[in-house]
Design a protein around this ligand. Sequence first.
Ligand code: GAR
Length: 191
Amino acid sequence: MNRLALFASGNGSNVQRITEYFSGHPLIRVDLVLTNNPKAFVIERARDLKIPSVIFNRHEFYHSGHVLDLLSERNITHVILAGFLWMVPQNILNSFHGRILNIHPALLPKYGGKGMYGLRVHQEVIASGDTQSGITIHYVNEKYDEGQIIFQKRCQVNREDTPETLAEKIHQLEYRFYPEIIEKELQIKDK
Ligand code: GAR
């Protein structure tokens, strides 16, 4: 069984979608939700989905083995970032090499890097005048948004789009493709 830990910093709609997608799956299950944000709505979602959630602070994440211990205790096999704001520390990168995925709400390498998160990304895409945006699913390494790209899907950016309407289009792509790509990646790697 592949056991997923989902990391999120905010709303957690992707966490919900991924958890529902894998509910009853024979090979993959969501075991744990982790967040750095005690006010994140993802905590309520996890409760409703009956998945344990853990809140951790900066010290626990970067200067202790606390989060890695939690992942090991639960035999987590893969880490999935879904709207998670912080860099993954080296101890987790080492232990989960090639087994950490992230989704970014734009077509990397454009509009990536530190601070490029959520609506901020869509504001910049619209301000630039680009007529396309999309999603990128990629492996995570020690640099923000620079790990190997696994999958991208495009959508149109219209003149009438606001950051909010673009976010909605992007979310629809995320819900459709992130669970499927996770499933494919895990099954390919396990062979
Ligand atoms: C998603 O659009 C995700 O791609 C983005 O945050 C949103 C979280 O939404 N991630 C990043 O911007 C990472 N740099 P959600 O909390 O409703 O799933």
